[in-house]
Write a protein that binds this ligand. Structure first.
Ligand SMILES: Nc1nc2c(c(=O)[nH]1)N[C@H]1C(S)=C(S)[C@@H](COP(=O)(O)O)O[C@H]1N2
Ligand SMILES: [Mo]
Length: 422
Protein backbone atom coordinates (compact mmCIF):
# COMPACT_ATOMS: atom_id res chain seq x y z
CA UNK A 1 0.00 0.00 0.00
CA UNK A 2 1.18 3.50 -0.73
CA UNK A 3 2.48 4.79 2.58
CA UNK A 4 0.41 7.80 3.52
CA UNK A 5 2.80 8.77 6.27
CA UNK A 6 5.29 9.87 3.65
CA UNK A 7 3.08 10.60 0.63
CA UNK A 8 -0.38 12.09 0.83
CA UNK A 9 -2.64 10.97 -1.97
CA UNK A 10 -3.96 14.04 -3.73
CA UNK A 11 -7.35 13.62 -5.32
CA UNK A 12 -8.93 15.82 -7.90
CA UNK A 13 -12.49 17.09 -7.56
CA UNK A 14 -15.21 15.26 -9.43
CA UNK A 15 -15.95 16.50 -12.88
CA UNK A 16 -19.70 16.36 -13.01
CA UNK A 17 -19.55 16.63 -16.76
CA UNK A 18 -17.81 13.26 -16.89
CA UNK A 19 -20.78 11.65 -15.22
CA UNK A 20 -23.23 12.89 -17.77
CA UNK A 21 -21.05 12.05 -20.73
CA UNK A 22 -20.57 8.61 -19.23
CA UNK A 23 -24.25 8.16 -18.75
CA UNK A 24 -25.02 9.17 -22.30
CA UNK A 25 -22.40 6.95 -23.88
CA UNK A 26 -23.51 4.06 -21.72
CA UNK A 27 -27.19 4.28 -22.56
CA UNK A 28 -28.64 0.88 -23.32
CA UNK A 29 -25.45 -0.48 -21.90
CA UNK A 30 -25.61 -4.24 -21.75
CA UNK A 31 -23.61 -7.15 -20.47
CA UNK A 32 -23.92 -9.03 -23.70
CA UNK A 33 -24.11 -12.67 -22.96
CA UNK A 34 -20.68 -13.00 -21.40
CA UNK A 35 -21.86 -12.95 -17.84
CA UNK A 36 -20.60 -15.75 -15.73
CA UNK A 37 -18.64 -17.65 -18.37
CA UNK A 38 -16.27 -18.36 -15.59
CA UNK A 39 -15.43 -21.95 -16.41
CA UNK A 40 -13.48 -21.03 -19.55
CA UNK A 41 -10.08 -19.88 -18.42
CA UNK A 42 -9.45 -20.70 -14.79
CA UNK A 43 -5.82 -21.44 -14.20
CA UNK A 44 -5.34 -19.95 -10.74
CA UNK A 45 -6.81 -20.90 -7.41
CA UNK A 46 -6.54 -19.60 -3.88
CA UNK A 47 -6.80 -21.48 -0.60
CA UNK A 48 -8.81 -19.25 1.71
CA UNK A 49 -7.58 -19.97 5.24
CA UNK A 50 -10.48 -22.11 6.50
CA UNK A 51 -11.72 -25.66 5.86
CA UNK A 52 -13.08 -26.08 2.28
CA UNK A 53 -11.54 -22.75 1.35
CA UNK A 54 -10.24 -23.62 -2.14
CA UNK A 55 -11.61 -21.19 -4.72
CA UNK A 56 -10.92 -20.42 -8.40
CA UNK A 57 -9.50 -17.03 -9.30
CA UNK A 58 -11.06 -15.75 -12.50
CA UNK A 59 -8.89 -13.69 -14.85
CA UNK A 60 -9.58 -10.06 -15.66
CA UNK A 61 -12.48 -9.66 -18.07
CA UNK A 62 -14.30 -12.86 -17.09
CA UNK A 63 -16.93 -10.62 -15.57
CA UNK A 64 -17.54 -7.30 -17.34
CA UNK A 65 -15.59 -4.34 -15.96
CA UNK A 66 -13.92 -6.64 -13.43
CA UNK A 67 -10.30 -7.55 -12.95
CA UNK A 68 -8.95 -10.70 -11.33
CA UNK A 69 -11.44 -11.85 -8.66
CA UNK A 70 -12.01 -14.81 -6.34
CA UNK A 71 -15.03 -16.70 -7.64
CA UNK A 72 -17.46 -17.61 -4.88
CA UNK A 73 -20.50 -18.10 -7.12
CA UNK A 74 -21.22 -17.49 -10.79
CA UNK A 75 -24.87 -16.51 -10.89
CA UNK A 76 -26.02 -14.43 -9.18
CA UNK A 77 -22.36 -13.39 -8.94
CA UNK A 78 -20.42 -13.45 -5.69
CA UNK A 79 -16.91 -12.19 -6.45
CA UNK A 80 -14.44 -11.64 -3.64
CA UNK A 81 -11.64 -9.06 -3.68
CA UNK A 82 -8.22 -10.79 -3.45
CA UNK A 83 -6.31 -9.79 -0.31
CA UNK A 84 -3.34 -8.50 -2.33
CA UNK A 85 -5.56 -5.64 -3.58
CA UNK A 86 -5.85 -4.26 -0.02
CA UNK A 87 -2.08 -4.54 0.39
CA UNK A 88 -1.65 -2.19 -2.56
CA UNK A 89 -4.53 0.27 -2.32
CA UNK A 90 -6.29 2.19 0.45
CA UNK A 91 -9.07 3.01 -2.04
CA UNK A 92 -10.06 -0.24 -3.72
CA UNK A 93 -9.95 -0.02 -7.54
CA UNK A 94 -13.45 -0.28 -9.02
CA UNK A 95 -12.54 -3.27 -11.15
CA UNK A 96 -11.57 -5.29 -8.08
CA UNK A 97 -14.34 -4.19 -5.72
CA UNK A 98 -16.23 -7.30 -4.56
CA UNK A 99 -19.62 -8.10 -6.04
CA UNK A 100 -22.70 -9.54 -4.41
CA UNK A 101 -26.14 -10.08 -5.93
CA UNK A 102 -28.93 -12.15 -4.43
CA UNK A 103 -31.29 -12.92 -7.26
CA UNK A 104 -30.01 -14.88 -10.25
CA UNK A 105 -32.22 -12.81 -12.57
CA UNK A 106 -30.60 -9.53 -11.60
CA UNK A 107 -30.60 -6.79 -14.29
CA UNK A 108 -27.74 -7.19 -16.75
CA UNK A 109 -28.43 -4.00 -18.67
CA UNK A 110 -29.47 -0.48 -17.80
CA UNK A 111 -30.93 2.03 -20.22
CA UNK A 112 -29.97 5.41 -18.81
CA UNK A 113 -32.42 7.09 -21.21
CA UNK A 114 -35.39 5.56 -19.43
CA UNK A 115 -33.81 5.24 -15.99
CA UNK A 116 -35.63 7.27 -13.31
CA UNK A 117 -35.29 7.85 -9.59
CA UNK A 118 -38.66 8.28 -7.96
CA UNK A 119 -39.36 9.84 -4.53
CA UNK A 120 -42.87 9.13 -3.22
CA UNK A 121 -44.95 8.16 -0.20
CA UNK A 122 -45.44 10.45 2.81
CA UNK A 123 -44.16 13.54 0.98
CA UNK A 124 -45.87 16.74 -0.16
CA UNK A 125 -44.54 16.73 -3.74
CA UNK A 126 -43.60 13.32 -5.12
CA UNK A 127 -41.17 13.60 -8.04
CA UNK A 128 -39.12 11.67 -10.55
CA UNK A 129 -35.64 12.48 -11.83
CA UNK A 130 -33.57 11.41 -14.78
CA UNK A 131 -29.94 10.62 -14.09
CA UNK A 132 -28.95 13.91 -15.70
CA UNK A 133 -31.36 15.84 -13.42
CA UNK A 134 -30.08 14.08 -10.33
CA UNK A 135 -26.53 15.15 -11.18
CA UNK A 136 -27.41 18.70 -12.27
CA UNK A 137 -30.07 19.81 -9.78
CA UNK A 138 -28.36 19.03 -6.48
CA UNK A 139 -24.91 19.89 -5.11
CA UNK A 140 -22.56 16.93 -5.17
CA UNK A 141 -21.12 15.51 -1.98
CA UNK A 142 -18.04 13.30 -1.77
CA UNK A 143 -17.51 10.80 1.01
CA UNK A 144 -15.11 7.94 1.68
CA UNK A 145 -16.97 4.91 2.98
CA UNK A 146 -16.43 1.19 3.40
CA UNK A 147 -18.89 -1.09 1.66
CA UNK A 148 -18.85 -4.30 3.69
CA UNK A 149 -21.19 -7.28 3.32
CA UNK A 150 -22.84 -8.36 6.58
CA UNK A 151 -21.38 -11.79 5.91
CA UNK A 152 -17.79 -10.66 5.25
CA UNK A 153 -15.38 -13.21 6.82
CA UNK A 154 -18.22 -15.68 7.43
CA UNK A 155 -15.80 -18.49 6.60
CA UNK A 156 -13.97 -17.80 9.88
CA UNK A 157 -17.02 -17.99 12.14
CA UNK A 158 -16.99 -20.84 14.61
CA UNK A 159 -19.13 -22.91 14.59
CA UNK A 160 -19.52 -22.49 10.82
CA UNK A 161 -22.88 -21.36 9.45
CA UNK A 162 -24.54 -21.51 6.03
CA UNK A 163 -24.13 -18.66 3.52
CA UNK A 164 -21.36 -17.40 1.26
CA UNK A 165 -18.06 -18.55 2.76
CA UNK A 166 -16.17 -15.29 2.33
CA UNK A 167 -12.69 -14.65 3.64
CA UNK A 168 -11.95 -10.95 4.35
CA UNK A 169 -12.55 -9.68 0.82
CA UNK A 170 -16.30 -8.96 0.89
CA UNK A 171 -15.47 -5.31 1.57
CA UNK A 172 -14.03 -2.34 -0.25
CA UNK A 173 -13.24 1.29 0.42
CA UNK A 174 -14.34 3.91 -2.10
CA UNK A 175 -14.72 7.67 -2.48
CA UNK A 176 -18.39 8.12 -3.34
CA UNK A 177 -19.95 11.09 -5.12
CA UNK A 178 -23.66 11.73 -5.02
CA UNK A 179 -26.53 13.62 -3.46
CA UNK A 180 -27.39 13.39 0.24
CA UNK A 181 -30.75 11.65 0.54
CA UNK A 182 -31.80 14.44 2.95
CA UNK A 183 -31.65 16.87 -0.02
CA UNK A 184 -34.02 14.72 -2.06
CA UNK A 185 -36.39 14.29 0.89
CA UNK A 186 -36.33 18.06 1.51
CA UNK A 187 -37.06 18.66 -2.17
CA UNK A 188 -40.15 16.46 -1.86
CA UNK A 189 -41.11 17.86 1.56
CA UNK A 190 -41.89 15.38 4.34
CA UNK A 191 -45.52 15.34 5.48
CA UNK A 192 -44.52 14.32 9.01
CA UNK A 193 -46.39 11.03 8.76
CA UNK A 194 -43.36 8.99 7.69
CA UNK A 195 -41.25 6.90 10.07
CA UNK A 196 -39.21 4.83 7.58
CA UNK A 197 -37.91 4.98 4.02
CA UNK A 198 -38.12 2.02 1.62
CA UNK A 199 -35.64 1.54 -1.22
CA UNK A 200 -36.21 -0.57 -4.34
CA UNK A 201 -34.18 -1.21 -7.42
CA UNK A 202 -34.49 -2.10 -11.08
CA UNK A 203 -34.79 -5.72 -10.02
CA UNK A 204 -38.32 -4.97 -9.00
CA UNK A 205 -39.45 -3.66 -12.36
CA UNK A 206 -41.54 -5.44 -14.93
CA UNK A 207 -43.23 -7.91 -12.62
CA UNK A 208 -40.60 -10.50 -13.53
CA UNK A 209 -39.74 -11.41 -9.98
CA UNK A 210 -41.77 -13.14 -7.32
CA UNK A 211 -42.67 -10.73 -4.50
CA UNK A 212 -40.44 -12.67 -2.12
CA UNK A 213 -37.40 -11.82 -4.19
CA UNK A 214 -38.08 -8.09 -4.54
CA UNK A 215 -34.99 -6.58 -3.06
CA UNK A 216 -36.58 -3.98 -0.83
CA UNK A 217 -34.59 -2.52 2.05
CA UNK A 218 -35.93 -0.11 4.67
CA UNK A 219 -34.16 2.43 6.88
CA UNK A 220 -35.58 4.31 9.86
CA UNK A 221 -36.31 7.89 8.73
CA UNK A 222 -33.82 9.42 11.18
CA UNK A 223 -30.97 7.40 9.63
CA UNK A 224 -32.16 7.94 6.05
CA UNK A 225 -32.39 11.71 6.62
CA UNK A 226 -29.11 12.21 8.53
CA UNK A 227 -27.23 13.92 5.69
CA UNK A 228 -24.65 11.12 5.43
CA UNK A 229 -26.85 8.59 3.66
CA UNK A 230 -26.59 9.38 -0.02
CA UNK A 231 -27.66 8.50 -3.49
CA UNK A 232 -24.32 7.96 -5.21
CA UNK A 233 -23.59 8.11 -8.93
CA UNK A 234 -19.81 7.83 -8.84
CA UNK A 235 -17.34 5.49 -7.20
CA UNK A 236 -13.71 6.62 -7.02
CA UNK A 237 -14.49 9.44 -9.47
CA UNK A 238 -15.79 7.13 -12.19
CA UNK A 239 -19.10 5.57 -13.13
CA UNK A 240 -19.61 2.58 -10.88
CA UNK A 241 -19.31 -0.81 -12.58
CA UNK A 242 -22.69 -2.24 -13.55
CA UNK A 243 -22.15 -5.13 -11.16
CA UNK A 244 -21.67 -2.61 -8.31
CA UNK A 245 -24.95 -0.86 -9.06
CA UNK A 246 -24.61 1.41 -12.08
CA UNK A 247 -25.94 4.03 -12.54
CA UNK A 248 -26.99 4.93 -8.98
CA UNK A 249 -26.86 3.21 -5.62
CA UNK A 250 -27.66 4.02 -2.04
CA UNK A 251 -24.73 4.62 0.34
CA UNK A 252 -25.42 4.06 4.03
CA UNK A 253 -22.03 4.90 5.59
CA UNK A 254 -21.25 2.92 8.72
CA UNK A 255 -23.99 0.33 8.12
CA UNK A 256 -23.55 -3.05 6.45
CA UNK A 257 -24.00 -2.91 2.71
CA UNK A 258 -27.17 -4.99 2.60
CA UNK A 259 -28.81 -1.52 2.77
CA UNK A 260 -26.71 -0.12 -0.08
CA UNK A 261 -29.36 -0.82 -2.73
CA UNK A 262 -27.83 -1.01 -6.22
CA UNK A 263 -29.57 0.30 -9.36
CA UNK A 264 -31.77 2.33 -7.06
CA UNK A 265 -35.05 3.43 -8.65
CA UNK A 266 -37.61 3.96 -5.88
CA UNK A 267 -37.42 5.87 -2.62
CA UNK A 268 -40.69 5.72 -0.71
CA UNK A 269 -41.37 7.35 2.67
CA UNK A 270 -43.56 4.93 4.63
CA UNK A 271 -45.11 4.82 8.12
CA UNK A 272 -43.94 1.37 9.29
CA UNK A 273 -40.82 -0.81 9.41
CA UNK A 274 -40.02 -3.08 6.46
CA UNK A 275 -42.25 -6.13 6.11
CA UNK A 276 -40.62 -7.74 3.05
CA UNK A 277 -38.43 -10.84 3.09
CA UNK A 278 -35.12 -8.94 3.06
CA UNK A 279 -36.06 -6.92 6.16
CA UNK A 280 -38.44 -9.09 8.15
CA UNK A 281 -36.76 -12.47 7.63
CA UNK A 282 -33.24 -12.12 6.22
CA UNK A 283 -30.37 -10.02 7.57
CA UNK A 284 -31.47 -10.11 11.20
CA UNK A 285 -29.21 -10.23 14.23
CA UNK A 286 -29.78 -11.01 17.91
CA UNK A 287 -31.01 -7.91 19.76
CA UNK A 288 -28.00 -7.89 22.10
CA UNK A 289 -25.37 -5.12 22.48
CA UNK A 290 -22.91 -6.93 20.19
CA UNK A 291 -25.41 -8.80 18.00
CA UNK A 292 -24.20 -12.18 19.18
CA UNK A 293 -25.70 -15.20 20.93
CA UNK A 294 -24.78 -18.77 21.85
CA UNK A 295 -25.38 -21.46 19.22
CA UNK A 296 -28.70 -23.12 20.04
CA UNK A 297 -29.79 -20.45 22.52
CA UNK A 298 -33.61 -20.20 22.73
CA UNK A 299 -35.98 -17.21 22.90
CA UNK A 300 -33.61 -14.75 21.28
CA UNK A 301 -35.18 -11.60 19.89
CA UNK A 302 -33.93 -10.61 16.43
CA UNK A 303 -33.72 -7.15 14.84
CA UNK A 304 -32.58 -5.93 11.40
CA UNK A 305 -28.79 -5.70 11.11
CA UNK A 306 -27.48 -2.13 11.28
CA UNK A 307 -24.15 -0.51 12.34
CA UNK A 308 -20.84 -2.07 11.41
CA UNK A 309 -18.29 -3.03 14.02
CA UNK A 310 -14.68 -1.82 13.97
CA UNK A 311 -12.02 -3.88 12.19
CA UNK A 312 -8.28 -3.69 11.56
CA UNK A 313 -5.79 -5.58 9.41
CA UNK A 314 -2.10 -5.99 8.66
CA UNK A 315 -1.01 -5.29 5.09
CA UNK A 316 2.80 -5.10 5.30
CA UNK A 317 3.32 -8.53 6.80
CA UNK A 318 1.84 -12.00 6.38
CA UNK A 319 1.96 -15.36 8.13
CA UNK A 320 5.38 -16.95 7.82
CA UNK A 321 7.30 -13.68 7.44
CA UNK A 322 10.65 -13.19 9.14
CA UNK A 323 11.81 -9.98 10.85
CA UNK A 324 15.43 -9.28 11.82
CA UNK A 325 16.17 -9.59 15.56
CA UNK A 326 17.04 -6.35 17.33
CA UNK A 327 16.32 -4.13 14.32
CA UNK A 328 13.40 -1.73 14.05
CA UNK A 329 10.71 -2.81 11.59
CA UNK A 330 7.78 -0.78 10.37
CA UNK A 331 4.40 -2.50 10.45
CA UNK A 332 1.46 -1.06 8.51
CA UNK A 333 -2.15 -1.88 7.83
CA UNK A 334 -5.56 -0.27 7.75
CA UNK A 335 -8.60 -0.06 9.99
CA UNK A 336 -12.09 1.36 10.07
CA UNK A 337 -14.42 2.32 12.89
CA UNK A 338 -17.67 1.00 11.43
CA UNK A 339 -20.81 2.64 12.80
CA UNK A 340 -18.74 5.35 14.43
CA UNK A 341 -15.34 6.85 13.72
CA UNK A 342 -12.11 5.04 14.43
CA UNK A 343 -10.63 6.02 17.77
CA UNK A 344 -7.43 4.00 17.99
CA UNK A 345 -5.55 1.04 16.59
CA UNK A 346 -3.30 -0.99 18.85
CA UNK A 347 -0.91 -3.82 18.16
CA UNK A 348 0.45 -6.64 20.29
CA UNK A 349 3.64 -8.57 19.68
CA UNK A 350 2.98 -11.13 22.39
CA UNK A 351 -0.29 -12.74 21.36
CA UNK A 352 -2.47 -10.15 23.06
CA UNK A 353 -0.89 -10.01 26.54
CA UNK A 354 0.04 -6.36 26.17
CA UNK A 355 -0.95 -3.72 23.63
CA UNK A 356 0.64 -0.52 22.36
CA UNK A 357 -0.78 2.25 20.24
CA UNK A 358 -0.06 2.90 16.58
CA UNK A 359 0.00 6.11 14.56
CA UNK A 360 -2.95 6.83 12.31
CA UNK A 361 -2.44 8.40 8.87
CA UNK A 362 -4.68 10.75 6.92
CA UNK A 363 -8.29 10.80 8.04
CA UNK A 364 -10.75 10.62 5.13
CA UNK A 365 -13.70 10.96 7.48
CA UNK A 366 -15.50 8.68 9.88
CA UNK A 367 -16.44 5.97 7.41
CA UNK A 368 -13.43 5.08 5.27
CA UNK A 369 -10.34 2.94 5.66
CA UNK A 370 -7.52 4.61 7.57
CA UNK A 371 -3.91 3.53 7.43
CA UNK A 372 -2.01 2.77 10.65
CA UNK A 373 1.70 2.34 11.27
CA UNK A 374 3.90 1.22 14.15
CA UNK A 375 7.60 0.62 14.54
CA UNK A 376 8.54 -2.50 16.46
CA UNK A 377 11.87 -3.93 17.55
CA UNK A 378 11.82 -7.57 18.59
CA UNK A 379 15.11 -8.28 20.35
CA UNK A 380 15.01 -12.07 20.71
CA UNK A 381 14.86 -14.67 17.93
CA UNK A 382 11.81 -16.92 18.06
CA UNK A 383 8.21 -17.17 16.97
CA UNK A 384 5.85 -14.28 17.57
CA UNK A 385 2.12 -13.75 17.15
CA UNK A 386 1.40 -10.18 16.06
CA UNK A 387 -2.11 -8.86 16.60
CA UNK A 388 -3.99 -5.72 15.63
CA UNK A 389 -7.09 -4.32 17.32
CA UNK A 390 -9.33 -1.32 16.52
CA UNK A 391 -11.53 0.68 18.87
CA UNK A 392 -14.19 3.12 17.68
CA UNK A 393 -15.49 6.27 19.35
CA UNK A 394 -18.71 4.40 20.13
CA UNK A 395 -16.66 2.33 22.60
CA UNK A 396 -16.56 -0.88 20.58
CA UNK A 397 -13.27 -2.78 20.81
CA UNK A 398 -12.57 -5.75 18.54
CA UNK A 399 -12.92 -8.96 20.58
CA UNK A 400 -10.19 -11.63 20.61
CA UNK A 401 -12.79 -14.15 19.40
CA UNK A 402 -15.59 -13.02 17.07
CA UNK A 403 -19.13 -13.28 18.36
CA UNK A 404 -21.50 -15.85 16.88
CA UNK A 405 -24.97 -15.53 15.37
CA UNK A 406 -26.88 -17.86 13.03
CA UNK A 407 -26.43 -15.57 9.99
CA UNK A 408 -22.67 -15.49 10.43
CA UNK A 409 -22.88 -11.70 10.38
CA UNK A 410 -20.60 -8.95 11.70
CA UNK A 411 -17.42 -10.99 12.12
CA UNK A 412 -14.78 -8.73 13.67
CA UNK A 413 -12.37 -10.86 15.70
CA UNK A 414 -8.83 -9.53 16.27
CA UNK A 415 -6.60 -10.43 13.29
CA UNK A 416 -3.16 -11.94 13.78
CA UNK A 417 -0.05 -12.98 11.84
CA UNK A 418 2.45 -15.57 13.00
CA UNK A 419 6.02 -14.64 12.20
CA UNK A 420 9.61 -15.56 13.05
CA UNK A 421 12.33 -13.29 14.33
CA UNK A 422 15.85 -14.33 13.39
N1 LIG B 1 -30.34 -4.16 -6.10
C1 LIG B 1 -29.59 -4.83 -5.23
N2 LIG B 1 -28.84 -4.14 -4.36
C2 LIG B 1 -28.08 -4.78 -3.46
C3 LIG B 1 -28.06 -6.20 -3.38
C4 LIG B 1 -28.85 -6.92 -4.32
O1 LIG B 1 -28.89 -8.16 -4.35
N3 LIG B 1 -29.60 -6.20 -5.22
N4 LIG B 1 -27.30 -6.84 -2.40
C5 LIG B 1 -26.90 -6.03 -1.24
C6 LIG B 1 -25.86 -6.68 -0.45
S1 LIG B 1 -26.34 -7.85 0.69
C7 LIG B 1 -24.55 -6.33 -0.56
S2 LIG B 1 -23.37 -7.09 0.38
C8 LIG B 1 -24.13 -5.23 -1.46
C9 LIG B 1 -22.96 -5.63 -2.33
O2 LIG B 1 -22.49 -4.52 -3.03
P1 LIG B 1 -21.40 -4.70 -4.16
O3 LIG B 1 -21.89 -5.68 -5.16
O4 LIG B 1 -21.08 -3.36 -4.69
O5 LIG B 1 -20.19 -5.28 -3.47
O6 LIG B 1 -25.17 -4.79 -2.31
C10 LIG B 1 -26.41 -4.64 -1.68
N5 LIG B 1 -27.33 -4.05 -2.60
MO1 LIG C 1 -24.41 -8.65 1.86
Amino acid sequence: MQNEFSVQISRVGTSRRTVMAGAASLSAYALSGGLGRADAAITKTVALPFANGDRPIVPAGTFPQKGEMILQRTRAPLLETPWSVFQKHLFTPNDQAYVRWHVADFPTSVDTNTYRIKVSGAVKKPFELTLEELVRMFPAKRMAAVNQCSGNSRGFINPRVAGAQWANGAMYNAMWTGVPLSRLLAHAGLTGKGTHVAFRSLEQGGGLYPPRATFEKVLPLNRANDGDVMVAYQMNDADMPLLNGYPVRLIVPGWYSTYWVKMLTEIEVIDHPGTGFWMAVAYKIPDTPTGEMKPGEADVKFVPINKMKPRSFFTSIENGATLPAGKPAMLTGFAFGGGSALKSVQISTNGGKTWRSTMLAKNYGAYGFRQWQAQVTLPKPGRYRLMVRATNVGGHVQPMVAGWNPGGFMYNGVEHVDISVA
